[in-house]
Design a protein around this ligand. Sequence first.
Ligand code: ATP
Length: 199
Amino acid sequence: MYLDKIEIHGFKSFGDAVKLNIPRGITAVIGPNGSGKSNVADAIRWVLGEQSAKTLRGTKMEDIIFAGTEKRKSLGYAEVSMHIKNDDHVLPIEYMEVVIKRRVYRSGESEYFINGSPCRLKDIQELFMDTGIGKEGYSIIGQGQIDKILSSKPEDRRSLFEEAAGIYKYKVRRQEAERKLEKERDNLLRIHDIMSEIE
Ligand code: ATP
């Protein structure tokens, strides 16, 4: 599995639609200060479901939409597509090429797509779980993040190893199942209360 192409339109400094082909091997993005190099990494984080404007170096989510320049009008939406070659089926989906797309409008409405079909954020998160690529994955290491990882508490660092070992997915599912069980326990208690009132 590898990242093959990124398409960006209306995201931060990308007022024009751009297509970045990423050939196999080492790829470096170079350019003058402020030209938008980090915005490419932000675009990848965002399409993978990042919900924190702060992580994307903004104050609110609307900040990621192209705000215009002296010569260009602002845009009403931002859109990023990430093309992944999945020949080895590391992503648990039958397709050899997987395209994840996210679009957001100034109203705040967000849309997600997997291979052109609308989906939920949860579907994208689950698709990438335990691959190291998800927004919490270790494949994007931001500035200062290594220091943060080294100085974090062992239990916080553990999630990184769980993702690498491929057990994070099961942990999340267990937590979901426990939440459902808790809810069902509450429902049962309520039913017992009602039944004892009727009796
Ligand atoms: P450096 O080398 O200094 O780290 P960089 O190449 O990584 O810089 P970025 O931080 O990716 O640059 O891009 C910063 C640029 O993006 C700034 O010029 C900023 O004005 C522009 N920018 C950020 N958000 C928006 C937006 N919503 N609309 C238009 N431009 C934006």
